[in-house]
Design a protein around this ligand. Sequence first.
Ligand code: ZN
Length: 224
Amino acid sequence: MSSTVSTKEELLGELSRLEVYFSDNNYNPKNRQATCNMNNSLTSTSKLLFCAPHALNHYRNNALKIADVFTGSLCQLLANNTGQSWLVSTSPDNKLEYLGFGQDYICQIENAVENGLMIVDVHGMSDQHNFDICIGTGPNPSIRTINFANKLVSELSDYKISINYPFNATAEHTITNFVQTKLSGDSIQIEIASRLRCADNNLNGCSVFLDDIVNFFVDQFRLS
Ligand SMILES: [Zn+2]
């Protein structure tokens, strides 16, 4: 793979700096702002929207769920280093409408899909599943989604990657289900093990992974 402008150490430092925004109130929402984002979908050549719905503590079926830590920062880092767009839900609530992510978050997803962007829905999973990455292709995956899943598996071959196990993104509360069934758009769910994304615990493993995943996305845009 080609090297990025940023070194592994710089990527690790960037991730840690970006994560402070989410961690400094113990991953609870700080204000009423519904999303934070840099959405270039209308003005740039962005092809992907990296989104993180669970960067903060959130709700599912009225039950509080703990944040997928380092996913808000990872979305920003990936977008910053690949010229793509990102979107993070920063005001989750326990209402069923808008999937609990807020109207603004869902509107921005709709806007991105309308502009032809593929949604890359980034989540965190525990290390106990014994996979590094789990790709969920959702209930109605497009050819673009299937191709993208296969590319991830073949080009990140140093990692143990599963497709649709244990998370297949067919549940109705997922963004990938929403995009594929309600918007007829392209979406893929990517669950990343804690040991790869938590910069606090595994400096070397995390920095190598950041370098590999950034280079994977950079290479996709160079070829297309
Ligand atoms: Zn999640």
